[in-house]
Ligand binder design. Structure first.
Ligand code: SF4
Length: 367
């Protein structure tokens, strides 16, 4: 059981992070934000994948203006990601952004930060102070010999202090590096001394396979220590993958429920039935379920009966047939030919009977 750190509650549009609120999964569009049609389509795709907060890059005024249009059409909070130019942050707030992410390493003078803070305060929206190893203040890099964890920590504390000095406490923090260990070290140090909610992520973690591994490694270590109130998995490619991986990490640690947990063996030379196509079909058939049911699909009698018995529903294959288990009990023996259909029907029956029966498409239509 993970005991989460007690952080301050911060409202972002219609969602709240921190405190005992669920750890929210967020992502970022990778289209040019000023291209409203393309970005809107990507935001809708992310929403269909259950993305709970979306961030858009704001490199110019056209992107600021687009925020007002997105706000009219989508229900999830829109965050404006600002670098270099404080005026874009001010304008994004005027256009209705639900939160501003600033990178203090490149926003410039204190007076410019103050202008953003005053605007955010008047609009009643939070700021994320997003420190990133790739854009750390130059003098801190010189002082520490590079963007090492202590440099990231000093940058975070210093910039939080600047924002607080303007009487602003509606703050979310993130400390990111492409180094998993540096991100972990720096985030732990900051979490020890501050109670602002923390946005977790490993920045520029790479393409889908290696990025998923790095993100899962770094984010999970922090979550296990009770740190983290929202996560963004950074992957090169379709941002929908970021959401899928984000929920996967949270569900693996029992921090969120987001669909079935499929337990299938890696298969080996003892396999009696080729389970790969069965696993694929079951995955497709159950992908729109919100139920956290454990489904086991096992290739032989070595670990098969054991895993299938402790799952909500499972099959353990033998020669040309399989034993079907439900809630720990043997239900029937099915031939290899009937196996897939029977198993899918039994999964449907189990879900139908569940008091928490809910499908993701239904859930979305109620939003
Ligand atoms: S359950 Fe059987 S087939 Fe699957 S990996 Fe284990 S020994 Fe191999």
């Amino acid at each position: 059981m993970i005991r989460r750190n007690k952080t301050k509650e911060i409202r972002i549009g219609n969602r709240v992070i921190g405190g005992t609120n669920p750890i929210l999964v967020q992502s970022m569009t990778n289209t040019y934000t000023g291209n409203i049609g393309k970005t809107m389509r990507q935001i809708r795709k992310l929403i269909r994948a259950d993305c709970e907060i979306v961030r858009v890059a704001v490199p110019d005024i056209e992107s600021c203006k687009a925020i007002a249009l997105f706000k009219k059409k989508v229900h999830i909070p829109i965050i404006a990601d600002i670098h270099f130019d404080y005026r874009l942050a001010v304008r994004a707030i005027e256009e209705g952004a639900d939160k501003i992410r600033i990178n203090p390493g490149n926003i410039g003078k204190k007076a410019n930060i103050k202008k953003i803070v005053v605007k955010a305060k008047n609009a009643g929206i939070p700021l994320r102070i997003g420190v990133n190893a790739g854009s750390l203040e130059k003098e801190l890099c010189r002082k520490y010999g590079g963007p090492v964890p202590d440099a990231l920590v000093e940058s975070t504390l210093r910039n939080v202090e600047i924002v607080e000095s303007f009487g602003f406490h509606d703050i979310v923090i993130s400390i990111k590096s492409s180094s998993v260990l540096d991100t972990i070290d720096a985030t732990i140090k900051v979490a020890r001394v501050m109670d602002y909610p923390i946005h977790l992520g490993i920045t520029e973690s790479g393409p889908i396979a290696s990025g998923t591994i790095k993100s899962a490694a770094g984010i999970s270590v922090l979550l296990h220590r009770g740190i983290g109130d929202t996560i963004r998995v950074s992957l090169t490619g379709d941002p929908v993958s970021e959401v899928v991986v984000g929920y996967g990490i949270l569900q693996s640690l029992n921090l969120r429920v987001h669909g079935p947990d499929i337990i299938s063996c890696p298969t080996c030379g003892r396999m009696e039935v080729d389970i790969a196509p069965i696993v694929k079909k079951v995955e497709q058939r159950t992908s729109n379920l919100c139920e956290n049911i454990k489904i086991a699909i096992m290739g032989c009698i070595v670990n098969g009966p054991g895993e299938a018995r402790i799952a909500d529903i499972g099959i353990a294959c033998g020669k040309g047939a399989a034993i079907l288990f439900k809630k720990g009990k043997i239900v029937k023996k099915v031939s290899e030919k009937e196996m897939l259909k029977t198993f899918l029907d039994e999964i449907d029956t189990l879900v139908e009977k569940s008091p928490r029966k809910q499908r993701k498409d239904n859930k979305k239509s109620r939003k």
